[in-house]
Design a binder for this molecule. Structure first.
Ligand code: ADP
Ligand code: MG
Length: 340
C-alpha cells in the first residue's frame, strides 16, 4: 500500500467482473473487514446498529494517509493494483477499488483514520459521489474506523428486497466466523447496539478458532494437518508438521478435520473451503471432502471440515464475480487428488 490510492485506468476496469458489491448488511461487513485485513489489522471491532442500518468497523491496521483519504471513496480507486498484469497476480483481498465508493453512494460514509507515527488523525465524510465533504483533525489511535449509516436509505427498493434483519445478522455472523477461520491471528469483537454480541479470540491456527463457535466441539475433537503441494509438474505432496511449512509457502493445503468417531453432523453445513484467506464456493472441492469421508462416517452423516488452500496468485482468478466467492482455480483436478 506504499504508493497510495490511485484510480484504475479504463483498460483495467474493462477487465473486471461487473456488478454491485454491496447488496446486504453482510456485504458491508465483508468489504470493510477485508479492507481491515488487507491493512494488516490484528484486532477488529464490528458494531451493528440494525435499527439505524448502521455498521462501524474499527481496526488497528496501517491507517490511511491524508492524501489517500481524499481519494479513498472515488470510483475504482485502489492502492492494491495498478495494471492489467496485476489482475493476474492478486495478493490482497481487495483490488476493485469499488467498496468505499459504493458505500458513499448507498449510505452516509465516514472514515476516521490515523497512520502510526502521526500525531493526529482525520475524520472525513464523503458526498454520494465519493468526494470529500468535510475533513477535520481528530485524536485517535493508529488504525481506521469506517462508519456506514442509513444504508440504502435512498434505495428503499433494495432494502425491501433483502431477507429479514434476523437472517441478515446470521449472514454477518457467518461471514465473520469464516474470516476468523482464514485469519486466526486476528481477535474479533462484535457488538450490537454497543452491547457485546460475540467475540473470537486469536489463536495459532483454525483449530483454536472453530471450537469458539461450534460449541459442542473441543480442540481435541479436531485434527489439523498441512501439506506442501507441488503443482502441476510432478504433483508430489509432502506431509509436514504445521510448524514446518511456513504460511507463505507458494502452494500448500491446510486441513482441519473433526475426528469422524467424535463429531459428525446431520447436514453438510460445516464443510468450508477457503483459498488464500477467503472462503469460496467451490462445490467440486466440497464434494471431494465429502467423498473422502464416505467410508468413515455413518450413513447420512457429514463431516466437520475446514480446508484452506494457499495457491500462487497467478493460479487463481478472483475476477469471476464481484463478491469474489466464485473463482476459477487452475489445476482443480490436481487439488482434488491432493485433498482426497
Ligand atoms: P479495494 O479494497 O478494492 O482497494 P476499497 O474501496 O475497499 O477498494 O478501498 C479503497 C482503498 O482505501 C484501499 O485500496 C485502501 O488503500 C484504502 N482502505 C480502505 N479501508 C482501509 C482500512 N481499513 N485501512 C487502511 N486502508 C484502507
Ligand atoms: Mg476493499
Amino acid at each position: 500500500m506504499q504508493s497510495g490510492i490511485q484510480p484504475l485506468s479504463t483498460d483495467v476496469i474493462h477487465f473486471m467482473a461487473a456488478g454491485e458489491v454491496i447488496d446486504s448488511f453482510a456485504a458491508v461487513v465483508r468489504e470493510l473487514v477485508e479492507n481491515a485485513l488487507d491493512a494488516g489489522a490484528t484486532r477488529i471491532v464490528i458494531t451493528l446498529f440494525p435499527a439505524h442500518w448502521r455498521i462501524r468497523v474499527a481496526d488497528n491496521g496501517s491507517g490511511i494517509s491524508w492524501s489517500d483519504l481524499q481519494r479513498a471513496a472515488s470510483p475504482h480507486a485502489t492502492s492494491k493494483i495498478r495494471t492489467q498484469q496485476d489482475l493476474q497476480e492478486i495478493g490482497s483481498l481487495g483490488f476493485r477499488g469499488e467498496a468505499l465508493h459504493s458505500l458513499a453512494q448507498l449510505s452516509e460514509l465516514e472514515i476516521l483514520s490515523c497512520v502510526a507515527g502521526n500525531d493526529e488523525g482525520w475524520r472525513v465524510t464523503y458526498t454520494p459521489q465519493g468526494e470529500v465533504c468535510e475533513m477535520t483533525t481528530i485524536a485517535i489511535a493508529p488504525g481506521t474506523i469506517v462508519s456506514v449509516s442509513n444504508l440504502f436509505d435512498n434505495w428503499l427498493a433494495r432494502r425491501q428486497g433483502l431477507p429479514t434483519m434476523a437472517q441478515q445478522l446470521r449472514q454477518v455472523q457467518t461471514t465473520i466466523q469464516q474470516m476468523a477461520l482464514c485469519h486466526p491471528q486476528v481477535t474479533w469483537q462484535v457488538q450490537q447496539n454497543d452491547r457485546d454480541w460475540f467475540s473470537i479470540w486469536a489463536g495459532a491456527t483454525a483449530q483454536q478458532i472453530l471450537p469458539q463457535f461450534l460449541r459442542e466441539l473441543r480442540p481435541s475433537d479436531l485434527q489439523e494437518l498441512r501439506l506442501k503441494v507441488t503443482l502441476p509438474q510432478d504433483g508430489t505432496t509432502e506431509v509436514v508438521s504445521s510448524a514446518v511449512v511456513p504460511n507463505n509457502h507458494p502452494s500448500s493445503l491446510y486441513l482441519l478435520l473433526g475426528l469422524p468417531d467424535r463429531c459428525h453432523r446431520y447436514r453438510p453445513d460445516w464443510v468450508r473451503v477457503a483459498i488464500n484467506g477467503r472462503v469460496v464456493q467451490l462445490p467440486e472441492l466440497k464434494q471431494t471432502v465429502l467423498a473422502g469421508f464416505r467410508r468413515t462416517l455413518p450413513r447420512d452423516r457429514y463431516p466437520v471440515c475446514f480446508l484452506h488452500l494457499q495457491v500462487p496468485a497467478h493460479q487463481i482468478d478472483w475476477n469471476r464475480h464481484p463478491a469474489k466467492t466464485e473463482v476459477y482455480l487452475h489445476y482443480l483436478k490436481e487439488w482434488q487428488d491432493q485433498v482426497l
